[in-house]
Design a protein around this ligand. Structure first.
Ligand SMILES: Cc1cc2nc3c(=O)[nH]c(=O)nc-3n(C[C@H](O)[C@H](O)[C@H](O)COP(=O)(O)OP(=O)(O)OC[C@H]3O[C@@H](n4cnc5c(N)ncnc54)[C@H](O)[C@@H]3O)c2cc1C
Length: 239
């Protein structure tokens, strides 16, 4: 299906792109929203409109909140073009994208890029072994297919996604053997200069502290300040 020329083309159907597309459409503009994923939601709200009650409960209220945004977008006149991977936008706003194995193009008066974030894990010894995956990949499986490990897992790394995944895994009944946090004491000291911003975003800080409280409350061994992470094992199939 070829896309006709539109006033605004938005690339990326995460929260930013959904809000931009819905707002532009509500203002009377013709809008197309392209995303390489089949369904809107982006990373945080991946597949939220199709998630059943059980998955919504596991993933929590902040995930479920995405439904309202997807609904607002769906009710607007903006057109969703799923499975469309944009590979070039020219200076004169011709958008080239791949859909259904074919390269297509369309023009837009304005282009809004909302292509979001990507996970940037750092390699450690053993990171390609069977059974090792990134927190983002684990969360994608949980959000898009309700898949969670049947055997105990160890979560290693740092940052909010690690705690969020641990919290979601606990709700999904996954057994967590340990959390190995690589945040160093010096990282906290360096972060102190951002204390003003943290206080302004106190809701997120509160949420993060709540996640950590739940993890500790579940009695999961929590190792802080870890360095020299490595995973040992062999390349053979897991039992
Ligand atoms: C794996 C992962 C999981 C995350 N989970 C959470 C979470 O649970 N909670 C949280 O608060 N934050 C999470 N984040 C952080 C998250 O990125 C932001 O909170 C939020 O999703 C950013 O919204 P956004 O609209 O800017 O971009 P995103 O939500 O990242 O959406 C960008 C969209 O652009 C599309 N896209 C990118 N390039 C192209 C292209 N060339 N052509 C077509 N489409 C394209 C992508 O498919 C994606 O759907 C996660 C990040 C990652 C990487």
């Amino acid at each position: 299906m070829q896309l006709e020329a539109v006033d605004v083309a938005v690339v990326g159907a995460g929260p930013a792109g959904l809000a931009a597309a819905a707002t532009a459409a509500e203002l009377g503009l013709s809008v197309a929203l392209l995303d390489e994923q089949a369904h809107p939601g982006g990373q945080i709200y991946r597949d939220v409109a199709r998630a059943g009650v059980e998955r919504l409960q596991v993933l929590g209220d902040d995930y479920a909140a995405g439904r309202a945004l997807v609904e607002r977008f769906a009710q607007s006149t903006a057109r969703h073009m799923g499975g469309a991977a944009v590979w070039q936008v020219t200076r004169d706003r011709v958008i080239h994208y791949l859909k259904d194995g074919r390269s297509r193009s369309s023009t837009a008066g304005q282009v809004i890029l909302c292509t979001g974030a990507m996970e940037r894990p750092f390699p450690i010894p053993g990171w390609t072994l069977p059974g090792v995956m990134t927190a983002g990949a684990a969360q994608i499986l949980l959000k898009s297919a309700g898949l969670a490990p049947s055997q105990p897992v160890v979560l290693a790394g740092c940052g909010p996604l690690l705690y969020l995944l641990a919290w979601q895994y606990l709700r999904a009944g996954v057994r967590i053997g340990a959390i190995v946090d690589t945040t160093q004491r010096s990282d906290y000291l360096r972060a102190l200069r951002h204390i003003g911003g943290a206080l302004a975003g106190w809701r997120d800080v509160k949420k993060g502290l709540g996640l950590i409280r739940s993890i500790k409350g579940a009695g999961i061994p929590f190792y802080r300040g870890a360095t020299d992470l490595a995973v040992e094992g062999d390349d053979g199939p897991r039992p």
